[in-house]
Design a protein around this ligand. Sequence first.
Ligand SMILES: Cc1cc2nc3c(=O)[nH]c(=O)nc-3n(C[C@H](O)[C@H](O)[C@H](O)COP(=O)(O)OP(=O)(O)OC[C@H]3O[C@@H](n4cnc5c(N)ncnc54)[C@H](O)[C@@H]3O)c2cc1C
Length: 555
Amino acid sequence: MGEAKTHYEVIVVGAGVAGIYQIKRLLDLGVEATVLESAPDLGGTWYWNRYPGCRFDSESYTYGFSFSRELLDEWHWKERFSSQSENLRYLNYVADKFDLRKAMQFNCRVEAMRFNEARDLWHVKIADGRELTCRFVSLAIGLLSAPTMPRLEGIGDFKGRSFHTFYWPHEPVDLRAKKVAVIGTGATGIQLIGEIADKVGELTVFQRRPNWSAPLNNSAISEEEMADIRSRYDDIFAACALTPGSFLHGPDSRGFYEVTREERLAQWNKLYDEPGFGIWHANFREIFMDEAANAELSAYIADRIRTRVRDPKIAEKLIPRDHGFGVQRLPLETKYFEAYNRDNVHLVDIGETPLVRVTENGLRTSERDYEFDIIVYATGFDAITGAFDLIDISGIGGETLAEKWKQAPSTFLGLLIHGFPNLLMPTGPQSASASTNFPRGIEHNVNWCTNLLQYMWDRGYTRADATREAQERWTAHVAKMYEIMLMRKAKSWFTGYNSNVAGHEEGNVRYFLYNGGTPKFVAIANDVAAKAYQEIAFSSGERVDGQAATVSASA
Ligand SMILES: Cc1cc2nc3c(=O)[nH]c(=O)nc-3n(C[C@H](O)[C@H](O)[C@H](O)COP(=O)(O)OP(=O)(O)OC[C@H]3O[C@@H](n4cnc5c(N)ncnc54)[C@H](O)[C@@H]3O)c2cc1C
């Protein structure tokens, strides 16, 4: 598909939600563009993560694309929180409906990109040996797309089957009567454990630090309910646009201290038993900023865990002590805590007895050896910047992005990077997308990027570079917002912590997320566009001695 062509106006890297929407917008405009995707097919997150239990914790009908009325009318979300296979079917349906595959090239891992300053072109090197050129690159490579393995010796020695959840096999894995180890109790581990506990012979969970978690409360969506949802789509998307996280769950308008403790408990009882992120996003705002408010909620959730786990010792091990509820990404679960009431499920606290190595037959902790048939690494991702670090990207003056972001990423609106002209990021670090219901942020960001391109095409500009000052202001603004958030202290991917990634161990907080909420982010980004992108330096024409023929007066 288009593999003989070597030049495009736009190359989109990644065929997940963001890449799919970006190529749709470009094809609609008649732009010569292609998608390069390292996987054998489209779908991104929903192509890769095929582990049992993998599903949305966004309400399905708030996650789907909003850009086509016809698509909204045609698609029936079967569950409130739809599963990976259905989500992948949906993204394929979208691609086929709008004939997007013709502009996608699979098994194409981009390994390097170099900006040609004389010609305002990106040279894009693919692992198959080809080098393409383009004026603009949209890096739609995902924020949770670079899986990380634990730093353990002997991983290759294991004689049984083992895989990271990201690479869960495509064919069904027979777990019956098998001894299975799961390493990791983050969002993935929690979904997986709840799903497979009653389908395996023996399940041993290796937990380093417990995570807070709350029930998903999933249910089927009937034809009648779907018809009702379809009739309300405009209202649903409008409501999402008004909440900080782009979910239907908006914060409680009452102050934490304005209501009595009884009223708070009544509200938490209601939210805990409701579907989705309500207990996180529809809670009092103070739980994110006020230690005492957060501690009261954490104690409430801890009690809910105690009522669900029969063995009090296990219950205590499942209750986090090092961070409060909701200051890390909240996993939603189905029967997770009940899994530990089963005789075939065992919990090993590797905070107490650390994993020492993988052996031929299983795992060794500081205490003893365990034998397994299957080891599952639910050890998460080099989040936010991991996929960027895997591409050798060099911009103006040969500066590399890996070097520039070594300590922490710095961006303008999470959409552009100073010194790396014509490089767009529909889900970049420091944009609003990562802390929200992703597709809502993605649609906005892709539209913003596409409007920027249109602005340049209309004026004949060939280079756009966010100014250093604008980038510094934005990065300082993002950092400032962390100051009031309890999350700044958490060892989580919200702060760039990952003990399995060199340089991301404790101690260097990275300001990864924009915490101002979607409405504020959208207002700021749209204001930049409305004021003719004063924070971006535009220029056009071939360069002689580094000077462009035409330079805009921006910033
Ligand atoms: C298990 C799981 C559950 C999730 N659940 C939710 C949820 O309920 N709600 C929500 O809002 N978000 C959820 N997310 C976040 C999810 O990543 C986003 O919703 C969304 O799928 C992101 O789309 P994307 O296109 O930005 O990135 P991705 O879907 O990650 O796609 C990026 C693509 O880029 C490709 N790529 C990366 N590097 C290269 C390269 N060098 N060359 C070529 N191709 C490359 C990857 O192979 C991948 O296909 C979840 C994430 C995970 C991992």
